[in-house]
Design a binder for this molecule. Sequence first.
Ligand SMILES: Nc1ncnc2c1ncn2[C@@H]1O[C@H](COP(=O)(O)OP(=O)(O)OP(=O)(O)O)[C@@H](O)[C@H]1O
Ligand SMILES: [Mg+2]
Length: 349
Amino acid sequence: MRGREAAAQDLGLRLGDRRPTALIAPRRYGKTSLVRHTLHGLEQAGVATSVQVDLFGVDSFSDFAVRIDKALVAARGRLRRTIDSVAAGLAVRLGVVSIELRRPARDSPDPIASCHGLLEVLTAAAEREPLVLAIDEFSDVVRVDGLDAMLRTHLQHHYENMGLVFAGSKPSMMRELFSSRQRPFFSQADIVELGPLDQVAVTDIIHAGFSSTAKQAGPVAVRAYALGRGHPQRTMQLADAAWRRTPDGSEADEAIWAAALGSVQAALDNSFTAFYEELPATQGTVMRSVARTGSAFSASEARFHDLSNSSISAARNNLVRDGHLGSLQGNKVAITDPLFEDWLRRAFP
Ligand SMILES: Nc1ncnc2c1ncn2[C@@H]1O[C@H](COP(=O)(O)OP(=O)(O)OP(=O)(O)O)[C@@H](O)[C@H]1O
Ligand SMILES: [Mg+2]
């Protein structure tokens, strides 16, 4: 992971100080990498061990219980010992939740009771052992009615003895979860937004990456920043493709960049086509309009595509909600994935 030193340091301090943090960024911005890297640092420094739960696609309390169980049994060292002894004291059996919850109804435990038991194990362990709980893809909490309320109930009295980080990739949903009074996690965590990599970071990373392997980046850093707009994963993907095509001991040039870009585009075209086909029609049109004009509400595009302002507005809001568009200042929006934007421009001239 490159160019995220300041963000990692900030997150490490927050977790050490027990300040619950909501880490928000679009898809593929490096949230999971940043959290893992930071937790690893805290473990190495002996500050805290971590329990990492992933809520991606969670769809029931049973499903949630399995995620927590998996996270608890993944703990190692002293924390594992503490968790095992707390679980034994509470008569909670770890590592078998998935099997138990799939038994025939009469032999199967109540999933909600299982969740409570597992969360009690977690919070009781935190009283004995310095612990950081990282919940990834936290925005999926809304897929299970009442799950956020259950989590809040268990966690709220433990903010002092547990570091907490909630990471999520649907920015507007994440913001709502922590800043709407209607939501159980209202005001429960500081919101930290992870932005794109800046031009200095991208330039340094790419030039340093090439030169540390006896190659030279030539135009690659400038090109990758111009196209990738600091999107961490896309920038790395472009730089990596160019690096592979640059012979040992030599410098990349425009031809190498063009070949690298072509190969990345070719590798992604099918998935972008499929993604576009799955978007509701108006959302696809709005994406095209943004790719062309930088705005969802361009009058010329609305006329061209025969769209009303209200249908554009609904589509735009859904695209923002799902993280495909990011809202900028005022009415402006940006397409989150710069290579999808590139595809839109190529596919719809
Ligand atoms: N700063 C970075 N330096 C190098 N590679 C990075 C950086 N940030 C992200 N990546 C790469 O981008 C990819 C996505 O990173 P990661 O999974 O951490 O992002 P994420 O925000 O959690 O994504 P998702 O929304 O899919 O969960 C990984 O392959 C990772 O190695
Ligand atoms: Mg992730």
